[in-house]
Design a protein around this ligand. Structure first.
Ligand SMILES: Nc1ncnc2c1ncn2[C@@H]1O[C@H](COP(=O)(O)OP(=O)(O)OP(=O)(O)O)[C@@H](O)[C@H]1O
Ligand SMILES: [Mg+2]
Length: 267
């Protein structure tokens, strides 16, 4: 098929399964998922606990492999790449996790944490990677609203919201194309969630990032995303533009989720 490179979806998933364990103990964490993500999409992924959201995005970040199916990233099936080549993708795709207390190394200084992805040997293969790490560090610290003179401090010297800003700065440092955020504000104090969300939104716009954003909170997804995927028992039960899905949900499970948040409707 002669499809132009720029016409390809950034991601195309076909029949993706991820099973943990085997026999009668097997857990079908993700089952038969088909999904296309275009460059610049801000895709929310919602669904109850255990529905397979984290498993799905971990595979899209090349941190895990499907049991079967294809995950095309710019037309290349990352599911069947050798480990060495998976690293190329990891340099374009960065993640922010739920809890910065566990995702940031407590024994590393903030400056080292943020610039660590820049020191990956895989990144040096990309020609748009910042080479002046000190300059890039100051730049991203400023962008996420952290005082640059705190680069020598350790994570425990920061508040929860600031720690998540450190995690965001780290993810942005290598100028990725895709930012994957797994419940990035749910471990934070309610009073700082809005600030961190707004920051993410601004940065996604500024860097023209493609974002995959997992959240239990449908309001947060509405705020941060323009498309949504609803997962249940490892499968996508509904997907579409936010307005369409939130205003006119087709699947009973989506209707149930939205009914639980009565103020969610857009109009
Ligand atoms: N490493 C693993 N080994 C075994 N089972 C796993 C593993 N990771 C996930 N699972 C199982 O796969 C299913 C999907 O888990 P997953 O973490 O993807 O769900 P989730 O939608 O992210 O849930 P949550 O909202 O609680 O984070 C669950 O039944 C979970 O117990
Ligand atoms: Mg999860």
């Amino acid at each position: 098929m002669s499809v132009q490179e720029d016409r390809l979806a950034l991601y195309e998933l076909h029949g993706v399964d991820r099973t943990y364990g085997g026999g009668s103990q097997a857990v079908h964490a993700v089952s038969d998922v088909d999904l296309a993500v275009d460059a610049g999409d801000r895709l929310g992924i919602v669904g109850e606990s255990g529905s397979g959201k984290s498993t799905l995005i971990r595979m899209m970040a090349a941190l895990d492999r499907p049991t079967c199916g294809e995950i095309l990233f710019r037309g290349t099936d990352i599911a069947s790449l050798p480990d060495k080549r998976m690293g190329d993708l990891r340099s374009s795709v960065q993640m922010v996790f739920q809890d910065p207390r566990s995702s940031l190394n407590p024994r590393m200084r903030v400056g080292e944490i943020i610039t660590e992805p820049l020191r990956s040997p895989l990144l040096r293969q990309r020609d748009d990677v910042p080479v002046d790490h000190g300059h890039r560090l100051r730049e991203v610290m400023e962008q996420v609203g952290l005082p640059a003179d705190k680069a020598d401090a350790y994570p425990h010297e920061f508040s929860g919201g600031q720690r998540q800003r450190i995690a965001i700065a780290r993810a942005l440092a290598p100028k990725p194309d895709v930012l994957i955020a797994d419940e990035p504000v749910s471990a934070l104090d309610v009073s700082v969630r809005g600030h961190v969300l707004n920051l993410l939104r601004e940065l996604v716009a500024e860097y023209a990032l493609t974002m995959l954003f997992v959240s239990h909170d449908l309001r947060v997804v509405r705020h941060a995303c323009d498309r949504v995927v609803v997962m249940r028992h490892g499968q996508i039960v509904e997907q579409g533009p936010i307005e369409q899905v939130y205003e006119d949900p087709q699947h009973p499970y989506t209707q149930e989720l939205l009914a639980a948040v009565p103020t969610i409707r857009l109009r």
